[in-house]
Design a protein around this ligand. Structure first.
Ligand code: ATP
Ligand code: MG
Length: 384
């Protein structure tokens, strides 16, 4: 067998969705699962359970893999350095990954590259936050530099009183990141992939809609995005990937800021396939999961063109309905053009448990395609 073995640390839905791409190309996928019942376990034959925070576990898992990559960004950098020293091919490498693990490191990198950050500061006390708020205006956004996801670790502070009430945040981490509350017209995502040899490709910039800090819907390509903003955002993401030596898929989450040059600001970076890229699975020539595997293996990248002028991805989060499959007859009958991706997860309120993709047909308008996606996602969530 000359096909490569890819080891993925973490068994969430991102690892799960790498499996069909691996099967298609003949790669062997191996997943280090957090527990026997995590999302990816159903999808890959080789999924040992182990703690990614334990170096020996990682070492054992990496034995025999051609490349080690990730479902999430939480593997300690020093463990990855140790594995590299022992000859393991880790992609992306920890010095790139740190920019997705630590928002303060990321802010400094964006600044160094001359790309547009929101106004920000590292703060070590309530007094620091208050000084920032007084200087730059309230409200401000306080962030845990590490460990946040889905808006956990992000807090809007309206005034000095809110800042005082957030003092306990310094108990778990210091310094923290504080940012101006950006007045954006919408959120965007610039998704790229890059290989260790330096080939890079970008998908069209997409619009992402968050509800309560969680990605809810993505529209690609971003409707009505001015060509100069699209070009600048794409160039920024490509430039970041190149400058930081990113390999695999990287998402740059952006705020669109019309009237404030250059028309966008960088929110944060993710170095793995990303929720805002799920539309590519059905809506682009090459999906992000296939591209990630090609990239970390240093293979030529696939074309990234969108297959339609309108592609919509809609998440379904855990809701009232526990019996997802029970809702399928109604959901699938409602919209035969919709593609359902279920993560095999148990239903808990607010948990990301799947998404749907819809490819717009000729003459469709955005609202109609969004409605088709919502119809199916809501039937599965609600059971009716
Ligand atoms: N400076 C800001 N100004 C205005 N809104 C913000 C700001 N920072 C974050 N937000 C809002 O909060 C959401 C979550 O913030 P961020 O992406 O930093 O956190 P996260 O929990 O790491 O995200 P993810 O869900 O992508 O893992 C953003 O998508 C955006 O809607
Ligand atoms: Mg985010």
């Amino acid at each position: 067998m000359t096909f490569p073995v890819i080891g993925v640390v973490g068994g969430g839905q991102l690892a799960r969705m790498m499996a069909p791409a691996a099967v298609a190309l003949g790669f062997h996928l191996r997943v280090l699962a957090e527990a026997p019942d995590v999302s990816a376990v159903d999808a890959v034959a080789n999924a040992p359970v182990g703690d990614y925070r334990d170096l020996d576990t990682l070492r054992q898992f990496a034995r025999g893999v051609d490349v080690l990559t990730f479902d999430h960004e939480h593997v300690p950098g020093e463990h990855l350095q140790a594995l590299i020293a022992e000859g393991v091919n880790v992609q992306p490498r920890p010095d790139a990954l740190i920019n997705a693990q630590d928002k303060l490191v990321m802010r400094r990198a964006i600044e160094r590259l001359g790309l547009p950050n929101p106004v920000w500061a590292a703060v070590a006390s309530v007094a620091d936050i208050t000084a920032f708020g007084e200087a730059n205006g309230w409200p401000v956004v306080l962030k845990m530099p590490r460990g946040g996801y889905d808006g956990k670790g992000v807090k809007v502070l309206r005034n000095a009183g809110d800042a005082a009430a957030a003092s306990d945040w310094f108990g778990s981490m210091s310094p923290l990141l504080v940012e101006e509350m950006v007045e954006f017209s919408r959120e965007l995502s610039a998704l790229v992939a890059r290989t260790p040899s330096g080939e890079a490709k970008a998908w069209p910039v997409a619009e992402s809609i968050q509800v309560a800090g969680v990605c809810d819907e993505v529209i690609a390509p971003a409707p009505g995005l001015p060509a100069d903003v699209e070009a600048a955002a794409e160039a920024a993401a490509m430039g970041i990937a190149e400058a930081l030596g990113v390999t695999g898929v990287m998402a740059a989450e952006l705020f669109e800021t019309p009237g404030r040059a250059p028309g966008y600001l960088i929110n944060e970076l993710a170095m793995r396939p990303h929720n805002t890229g799920h539309w590519t699975m059905d809506g682009a020539v090459t999906g992000q999961f296939e591209q990630h595997l090609r990239a970390v293996l240093d293979l030529p990248l696939g074309a990234t063109d969108a297959l339609s002028d309108i592609v919509v991805m809609k998440n379904f989060l855990g809701g009232a309905n526990q019996d997802l499959y029970g809702a399928y007859p109604k959901a699938l009958a409602a919209e035969p053009t919709v593609k359902v991706h279920s993560y095999g997860k148990s239903v808990r309120p607010g948990r990301k448990i799947g998404h749907v993709n819809v490819i717009g047909a000729k003459d469709d308008d955005v609202a109609a395609v969004r409605a088709r996606a919502s119809t199916v996602a809501n039937i599965i969530r609600d059971g009716q």
